[in-house]
Design a protein around this ligand. Sequence first.
Ligand SMILES: [Zn+2]
Length: 285
Amino acid sequence: MNGTGFEEVAEQVWRRRGTGRKLAVVGSIHGDEEAGATVIREILTADDRLWRRAGPVDLTLAIGNPLALEQGTRFSAGGRDLNRIFGAGELDTSDYEGARASTLMESLGHAEVLLDLHQTACSTPPVAVIEDTQNHLRLAAGLGVAHAVVGIEAVYSGTMIARWMDARGGLGLTVETGQKGREEARAAAFEIVRRFLTAGSTAGARGGRIRRYRLRAPWISPGSGVRFDRPLGNTSRIRAGERIGQTDEGPLTSDTDAVIFLPREGAPVGTPCMLLADDEGVLSV
Ligand SMILES: [Zn+2]
């Protein structure tokens, strides 16, 4: 046990027991998104001020993918995306990510609320990627996150760790805290975790206001060598008929009004160059 009451319960998973709500924070489940791990180390060594605010919460902290973090890559060499294999009926544990998913499910299964911290390649404000329920939206708003994306199952297959928590009857939130490698992404992640320790500790989080976007479909790149004409990031808007950029085969023109997420220059032909979403406005939750 360290000086702030944490005990390592599995490799790079630490728990500080308490009588309050059982919370979990996961960071760097993608190894090239290091801000989560940085914040987890900050919380592990935080002083009393943090714990006076947090009260008696039972907190478990986990570095998601320690090997990929060491290698600085999304997943380990020769491995697979750890955040797409949770809760699958038959988990193949013969590779590193499979074994790690099993370790995480074992050591986080007691949690009631799980916060999974990510960063994106593109520029982004903090964005919660959540199930479309009042509880999820309230908690995200309570963390000070102004944007929520719902409907991820329309564009991704595979199961994220936050969805695994939802499926167990808990509450799971994925939050993109900012752009990879940027200090703002770390600072936002720390603030979100600090609020999580208080907002997440009560069943009725205070809530607030949050803008909801519903994912519609990926835009599949019609050509190779996608370049954009203007900087695009999460929550950028495009218009029907607007020329967005070009590919080696010709102009890239939108046929729809949309809010976009995960724009990706250089996306190979036939793969998503961005995700299209509808803005459903600001909700009071
Ligand atoms: Zn990620």
